[in-house]
Design a protein around this ligand. Structure first.
Ligand SMILES: Nc1ncnc2c1ncn2[C@@H]1O[C@H](COP(=O)(O)OP(=O)(O)OP(=O)(O)O)[C@@H](O)[C@H]1O
Length: 823
């Protein structure tokens, strides 16, 4: 590149680019943000923009008004973008402008307009490693939410990443060797490695203290390793945003002991979160009407409660809504009027609130008293009403200052309401009624001087002037200043007229300046309340989720679960909350767990409904612990500490793991982490290997769970051999799913009953699937031969009491209960 051909601006571009090498630099120039050199090539290709050239160098630009939209595209294509704006240069007396990077946008720091109504969180996360533990922090800059946890193992960290799905992950450089392992299954995460010094303890402590204005970090009750990543993340945010992020909340500390832990495969197996392929629990339970509620619902579904008091509190509220449909409908109506004040708060705090945000904030604050009053009308709900703050001062400020339909930006007098500022009103009056004002002035002067034909006129040379005909000149008062003499008249100005003229001529400019200043002042005042707005937003979100539970419970015929004190369970006529919407006549089934029924072997033909049944048992408990009613006629449930699932075949080709290896790893996790208070549902464990290996593993796993862990378990299997276990262990029972055999196949009745499946009917299902007759016939012949020759030798003995003692001892040493923390 020949430096000679560079313009001064291009040189400046290169200078700034030096510091922001890893970013696409967008340079404000008039109505465009321009890029030059290689950046220009990149953006013209990524954004399909015309590539032009200046002095032989490539150049491309995006229009100023469409910046957000283009930046978002660049970010999703994996780029970081530095926005270089024109700012006043205090070094020059003339107030000249200079260009400066005002923010760096990365996937995790994107908080533009279109996110305002989104139900998704946009998390930026940071992780480091300290003695085998991974301290982890996430923040959503667009809502102000911050949370920390520590992952005790790599698989814990992967679970947390799966659950939070951050769009950007900042990692300590020392974790580079684990990059593939950590992020293997994450798609679309923007990774950045920061050098180790970013994770220095002392600077992080100082930073966090300063950020939260704390005398000591002890108040946060988080470990020093967590402080380090929190500090590193905040430093990163400040480095990219150049603005204080005062809306970021104190970190929520998430410890595994506080919640029912769901690992990534359980979230996947139970279809808790929405997926493109099938329905989910989230979609079923979602009758929320605000985006804050949508986000909260997701958070709750991923973190079911273990504290019975808290669960009952949620259920009480759901019941109060459920049993008062009119109140419920009224509340939904008010909530529909509430806007996403968490996001508005973040925009206020970062100086990016637009007038529409303030209009939305006002509407939301206006609806709060109505919600409060409504909740007070019900005894149970009045407890929540107490917590609703009314923001009288802020509401009055917004009502007095922001017009009903404000313009997109301040500057033309269409944002600030009339009556808020006398000065602005006067200027606007001047602009709108300058002609009338002139007439008024003229009339006043005529009356004052007695000159009937006195006229106020305007020309470009003098501006406004008073014209008096020659015959009347003797009446002209002393304070008139003569400006010009014509044949038949004299022209004068007065200080008042000049003052008026100045006002009119500069009024529009002054309106622009004054309205912007007033607007900024209002935003500034409101920004002092952002933490309280966020809190109110959180409360509205919770109300929204709880009303959503009540709405769905009514629509789908759910009942309130009751919790047993002796860890037993009886659910009558239970349904699968998602599948019931996809099949015509869903057949409800019961489930019972007590001392004599803690472990079920569930056999049944293919397609009979085994997976559906075991999933519904897990989902019903999960729903209950989230605080929702459940799809059953009656439900008595224990509080589970964890739900484990091992369902379906999954491989991890990227991580070099076969289907069977993944299956065994998941099973190993269950055996090492389940406690007697857990619920375990297993589907076809052992299927991924040879039949005899599979049966042996499944058998030994069942014995281990039953004897060493003793938790409620359902094991769905095609290995009918496992049903022998019920003969040997008192609490192991057999269940099967009924089918009616007909001449030409089977009818699936989907009814779960005591007993063992007579056969798998796999060939009947193969027929349904359309396998050719000749293949089906041959399969039947082979089946007959195999059944005769390979029956399991029924000589397996029950575990001896010494063996049981031994496995219980080993299990104890491995217990992880409540040790780990999670998200
Ligand atoms: N209780 C039920 N009432 C009505 N239909 C049901 C019920 N349970 C399951 N089904 C229907 O049967 C289909 C098969 O169910 P599911 O996958 O649970 O069977 P499965 O026994 O696990 O099969 P396989 O052993 O082949 O994996 C479901 O997709 C659903 O359409």
């Amino acid at each position: 590149m020949k430096n000679k051909s560079l313009t001064p601006m291009m040189r400046q571009y290169l200078e700034i680019k030096e510091k922001y090498k890893d970013c696409i630099l967008l340079f404000r120039l008039g109505d465009f943000y321009e890029t030059f050199f290689e950046d220009a090539r990149v953006i013209s290709e990524e954004l399909q923009l015309v590539l032009t050239s200046r002095n032989g160098h490539p150049m491309a630009g995006v229009p100023y008004h469409a910046l957000d939209q283009y930046v978002k595209k660049l970010i999703s294509a994996g780029y970081k973008v530095a926005i270089c704006d024109q700012v006043e240069d205090p070094a020059t007396a003339k107030g000249l402008v200079k260009r400066e990077v005002t923010r760096v946008i990365t996937p995790g720091t994107l908080i533009e307009d279109d996110l305002l109504s989104s139900e998704e969180n946009n998390f930026i996360a940071a992780v480091s490693e300290e003695k085998g533990v991974f301290p982890f922090v996430i923040a959503d800059i667009s809502t102000g939410d911050v949370a920390v946890t520590s992952c005790e193992s790599l698989s814990d960290l992967k679970d947390v990443l799966y659950r939070t799905a951050p769009s950007q992950l900042i990692m300590n450089e020392k974790l580079k060797p684990l990059k593939k392992e950590i992020t293997g299954e994450l798609s679309n995460v923007f990774l950045e490695f920061l050098e180790e010094w970013h994770f220095a303890y002392s600077s992080s402590v100082e930073y966090v203290k300063r950020f939260y204005e704390l005398a000591s970090i002890d108040a946060l009750e988080i470990s020093s390793a967590e402080i380090i990543v929190l500090g590193a993340l905040f430093k990163y945010i400040e480095m990219t945003q150049f603005k204080p992020m005062k809306h970021l909340s104190l970190p929520r500390v998430l410890r595994r002991s506080g919640y029912m832990y769901l690992d990534a495969s359980t979230i996947e197996n139970l279809s808790i979160l929405p997926s493109e392929r099938r329905g989910s629990l989230y979609q079923t339970l979602k009758a929320t009407v605000t985006s804050m509620g949508g986000r909260k619902l997701k958070e709750w579904l991923l973190n079911p409660l273990k504290d019975l008091g808290k669960i009952e509190r949620r259920l009480d509220i759901v019941e109060a809504f459920y049993s008062d449909p009119l109140l419920l409908e009224e509340l939904r109506e008010y909530l529909r009027q509430a806007f996403d004040i968490e996001r508005i708060s973040s925009r206020l705090a970062t100086g990016r609130a637009i007038p529409r945000d303030l209009q939305a904030l006002r509407t939301t604050l206006q609806v709060l008293p109505l919600i409060k009053e409504l909740l007070y009308s019900n005894d149970v709900l009045s407890v929540i009403a107490e917590d609703i703050e009314l923001f009288e001062e802020e509401r009055k400020l917004l009502e007095a200052s922001i017009s009903d339909e404000p313009a997109a930006a301040p500057g033309e007098g269409k944002v600030i309401r009339r009556g808020y500022s006398e000065e602005l009103d006067e200027l606007m009056d001047l602009l709108e009624h300058s002609q009338d004002k002139m007439k008024e002035f003229e009339l006043r002067e005529r009356q004052k001087t007695g000159i009937n034909n006195l006229k106020v006129k305007y020309n470009k040379v003098f501006g406004y002037f008073i014209e008096v005909s020659k015959g009347q000149v003797s009446r002209v008062p002393d304070d008139y200043i003569r400006k010009q003499t014509l044949v038949n008249s004299e022209r004068y100005i007065t200080p008042e007229l000049k003052e008026f003229e100045d006002k009119v001529l500069s009024a529009s400019e002054r309106v622009a300046v004054l309205e912007r200043a007033l607007y900024e002042d209002i935003c500034q005042k409101l920004s002092n309340s952002v933490q309280r707005f966020r809190k109110a937003g959180g409360l509205l979100a919770e109300l929204d989720v709880l009303q959503s539970f009540a709405t769905v419970a009514k629509k789908c015929g759910y009942t309130r679960p009751v919790f047993s004190s002796n860890h037993t369970s009886y659910v009558e006529a239970a349904r699968h909350p998602v599948v019931e919407h996809y099949v015509k006549d869903f057949v409800p089934n019961d489930i019972q767990f007590d001392e004599k029924h803690s472990f079920y072997i569930l056999t049944g033909p293919n397609m009979s409904g085994k997976s559906t049944y075991i999933r519904q048992v897990a989902l019903i408990s999960l729903m209950a612990q989230v605080g929702s009613f459940v799809p059953a006629k009656r439900a008595i449930l224990p509080v589970y500490d964890r739900i484990f699932t091992r369902i379906g075949a999954r491989d991890d080709v990227a991580g070099g793991k076969s289907t069977f290896l993944v299956e065994m790893m998941e099973t190993a996790t269950i055996l090492s982490q389940a406690t007697e208070d857990s619920l375990v549902v297993l589907d076809e464990v052992g299927r991924g290997t040879s039949t005899f290996d599979g049966i042996s593993i499944a058998w030994a796993v069942s014995e281990y769970i039953y004897e060493a862990i003793g938790c409620h378990t359902i094991f769905a299997t095609h290995f009918t051999e496992l049903t022998e276990l019920s003969q040997m262990y008192e609490g192991i029972n057999n269940k099967t799913i009924e089918v009616r055999e007909i001449e030409d196949g089977v009818i699936f009745l989907h009814k779960v009953v005591d007993g063992v499946a007579s056969q798998s009917h796999g060939i009947d299902v193969a027929k349904l699937a359309g396998l050719p007759d000749i293949v089906l016939q041959r399969a039947r012949e082979i089946l007959k031969i195999i059944v005769k020759t390979s029956a399991l030798d029924k000589t397996v003995k029950v575990l001896s009491s010494d063996e049981i003692k031994e496995i219980r001892k080993k299990k104890k040493g491995k217990m992880h209960k409540n040790q780990m923390s999670l998200f």
